[in-house]
Each structure stands twice: as structure tokens, then as C-alpha cells.
Design a protein around this ligand. Structure first.
Ligand SMILES: Nc1ncnc2c1ncn2[C@@H]1O[C@H](COP(=O)(O)OP(=O)(O)O)[C@@H](O)[C@H]1O
Ligand SMILES: [Mg+2]
Length: 394
């Protein structure tokens, strides 16, 4: 439309139209029509096929001042029947191909010609400039098409990548369950309870994994209203510690939990916060996997900051830290640096939960030294009536 405005502002055309080649059918499809009086029009414009063929096949612009005198046209051709006296048609010549055409015309009746003299409305200069405009426009059209094709391809690649990551993860869990079940079966047939209980532990661990994965996927995929109610943040974090303790012990990670001494009942989504804290603590434990000197250590602390109106959970580890490159994609879904053992959902999900509360997650890290994750929520007291923080009433 802008191109049409431009052209009409500068040449005395009666009608104009831009047609683009459909990438699939290779046919010209009208995109913009305009007439002199009304700005944009839905009225059909008949364009002689002769001109269209000439322009698209020869890939050159054409100015026809009087169809009958112009020996490029067969007098019987459609240009005469359409009654066109003057027309300019130029190809939208891009880098690779003709992506369409721009056409303008004006019809001069014999009476008009007598009144105004036989001055041509369209000149070679008009044609030259139209060719230049058309070339620029074609480049823009090509860029847009190229870009949207890229976006489409990227989206498909992302879906494939997502499915690959998830399948791999689920496959690992299934393998774990199969291994555990095998042990249980063996223990049962040998009447050896210790083998049964070993197998059961493996099954249980993998059950937790798959339910965590499903919860993460659910939290991530839908627009969820946080289930806000009065709860005790220390209790929520305490539950996470209890859940993760046995794993930490198994892996020789020293878990240090320092609950805030003063922690009033606050309004938040206890299940959501549980998920977020669990994800961050799990990551912290994972991060310490290769630490040798000084031992693996994860410290968790809570704090109530009455002055700032915030509550805060801090998780510090002495793990491998986060590089600047990783940091930039830390919260992107399905980005994991755990060699296929992670889903990359933990942090985006946790961030979503904190955002739903009007809170945030802060990260500091020194590669090789460790990381510090801070989960912050606004401290909303029960009974203040202010229980929809960050949402429509917030
Ligand atoms: N405490 C941490 N120390 C070092 N790297 C971390 C830490 N927490 C998260 N990361 C990095 O962020 C990535 C994304 O984390 P997350 O979204 O939980 O996915 P996942 O744990 O499934 O890999 C992890 O793969 C890891 O590389
Ligand atoms: Mg994680």
C-alpha cells in the first residue's frame, strides 16, 4: 500500500495494482489495488495478459503510450479491448527471481486528448523510476518471505528438538523403572527382602522423576492461576529439604538449611513454590557433582524482609558455576547442559511460578566456584485483602 501511495503521489495514474507471484502456484495474485479517486479499491482491474506475459517473461518494464502504434503488441491482443491508452508495467525483480509486478494505467479518451493536447501522461522517466522502486520493493518482499520461511523452519526444528529431549529423558526414566522392577522380581523369587527393597528404591526414585517431569510440563504449558493461600514458607522449603535429603546423603552432598527465625504466614502458592525451590535445589546438587576438594555443599536459607516487603529463599552451591554463554540461555525452555540428563524445563518453570507471584529469580555465579540463586516473592500478609499480587488487581 505504501508503494502504491508513493507512485500515485508522483504520477498521474488512474488505476494501479501490485501483483505478487504465489510461491506455491507460481501464479500472479493481486495484492494491492488502487484507483485515483477512492484510495484503495476492491474493484477488479483488468490487466491485459499480453502486458503481464511480456513483463514476467522478459523481466523488463514496459511503457505503452498508445497501444495501436506500438508494434510490440499484436493489434488484436487484449490491450486494445481493455481500452488502455497508457500503461506502465514493471517486474518486481528481486535477487533471484521476479516476485511480482507493479502496474499502473490511465485511459485518455479522444475528447480529453483534444482538450489537453496529446501530452503523454507517462514518460520514459516514469518508467525508469518505477523499475527502480519495483526492484527495492522486490528485495523487501524477498526478505520477508525468506524470513518467514526461516521462522517456520526454526519452529519445526524446535519442536523436533523438544520431542527428542523429552523422549530421551522419559526413556531413561523407563529404563530405571525396568531395572528396579527386575531387582524386585529377582528379590521376590529368591525371597531376599534386601534385593526387593533395593529395587523398590530405584522404582520410587524414577517415579518421582517422571511425576516431576509431568508437573514441570503442566506448569510450563498452560496459563495457570497460582493457588494463593496463607502458608508458611519455612515449611514449604523444609518439605523440599526432606524430599531431597536422601539423595543428597547418597551423593555425599552436605545440605545446610537455615530457616529464617521470623517467618510470618504469607499468601502464596505453596505447591508452586515447592516446585520452584525443588528445581533450584536439585540443580544446585547436580552442579556440585564434580567437586572434590572441600566436599560438595549446598546451603539453603530463607529470609523475611519486613522493610522491603519481601520474602526470599537463597540457594548457594559450590558447584561448577555458570558460564556467561550458559547464563544467557539459563531460563530458555529445553536448554540443558547436562548431557542429555536434563530436560531444561526446571528453571523456566521456576521462573514462571515466581513471575506469577510478582516475584523473581536472581542468579549470580562464578564459573568454577559456584552459584547463588535467589527466589523472591512479595510478602503478602493474610487478611490485608491484597491477595492477587501481580495479577489484574495487583
Ligand atoms: N546451580 C547451578 N549451577 C550450575 N549450573 C546450573 C545451576 N542451575 C542451573 N544450571 C544450568 O542451567 C541449565 C538449565 O537448568 P534447568 O532449567 O533446571 O534444566 P535441567 O536441570 O533439566 O538441565 C542446567 O542444565 C545447568 O547447566
Ligand atoms: Mg533442573
Amino acid at each position: 500500500h505504501r508503494i502504491m501511495e508513493l507512485i500515485f503521489g508522483w504520477v498521474e495514474a488512474d488505476r494501479g495494482c501490485i501483483m505478487l507471484v504465489d510461491p506455491d502456484t507460481k501464479k500472479l495474485v493481486p495484492k494491492v489495488r488502487r484507483t485515483r479517486g477512492g484510495a484503495r479499491t476492491e474493484d477488479r482491474i483488468t490487466i491485459s495478459q499480453t502486458i503481464l506475459d511480456y513483463v514476467t517473461q522478459r523481466k523488463e518494464g514496459v511503457l505503452t503510450s498508445d497501444a495501436r502504434d506500438d508494434d510490440r503488441w499484436n493489434p488484436a491482443a487484449s490491450i486494445l479491448k481493455a481500452g488502455v491508452r497508457e500503461a506502465i508495467c514493471v517486474p518486481l525483480q528481486g535477487r533471484y527471481d521476479v516476485v511480482g509486478i507493479i502496474y499502473i494505467d490511465t485511459s485518455v479518451t479522444p475528447r480529453e486528448m483534444l482538450q489537453h493536447g496529446t501530452v503523454n501522461k507517462f514518460t520514459e522517466d516514469h518508467l525508469k523510476l518505477m523499475v527502480a522502486i519495483a526492484h527495492q520493493a522486490a528485495l523487501a518482499v524477498e526478505d520477508t518471505r525468506y524470513y518467514s520461511a526461516m521462522v517456520q523452519a526454526e519452529r519445526l526444528a524446535a519442536v523436533g528438538q523438544t520431542i527428542a529431549t523429552l523422549s530421551h529423558h522419559i526413556k531413561n526414566i523407563l529404563q530405571g523403572i525396568r531395572g528396579g522392577s527386575y531387582l524386585i522380581e529377582m528379590g521376590l523369587s529368591q525371597h531376599d527382602e534386601s534385593v526387593v527393597s533395593k529395587g523398590w528404591k530405584i522404582v520410587e526414585k524414577n517415579q518421582n522423576k517422571i511425576s516431576a517431569l509431568v508437573m514441570d510440563m503442566l506448569t510450563f504449558s498452560k496459563e495457570r492461576e497460582p493457588d494463593l493461600r496463607p502458608a508458611d514458607l519455612n515449611e514449604v522449603v523444609g518439605d523440599v529439604i526432606e524430599l531431597i535429603e536422601s539423595r543428597a546423603e547418597e551423593e555425599n552432598v552436605r545440605l545446610e538449611w537455615r530457616p529464617a527465625e521470623e517467618m510470618p504466614q504469607l499468601v502464596f502458592d505453596p505447591e508452586g513454590l515447592h516446585r520452584a525451590v525443588l528445581n533450584v535445589v536439585t540443580n544446585a546438587i547436580d552442579a556440585t557433582a564434580e567437586r572434590e576438594e572441600g566436599g560438595r555443599c549446598v546451603e539453603i536459607a530463607s529470609a523475611y524482609l519486613a522493610g522491603e516487603g519481601k520474602a526470599r529463599i537463597t540457594v548457594v552451591d559450590n558447584g561448577l558455576g555458570i558460564t556467561a554463554d550458559q547464563m544467557s540461555k539459563l531460563f530458555s525452555p529445553f536448554v540443558s547442559y547436562k548431557k542429555g540428563r536434563g530436560t531444561g524445563l526446571g528453571l523456566p518453570v521456576s521462573q514462571k511460578i515466581l513471575n506469577e507471584h510478582g516475584g523473581r529469580i536472581l542468579v549470580e555465579s562464578e564459573p568454577g566456584q559456584g552459584s547463588r540463586f535467589v527466589l523472591e516473592i512479595p510478602a503478602v500478609s493474610p487478611g490485608t485483602g491484597q491477595h492477587r499480587v501481580g495479577k489484574d488487581e495487583g
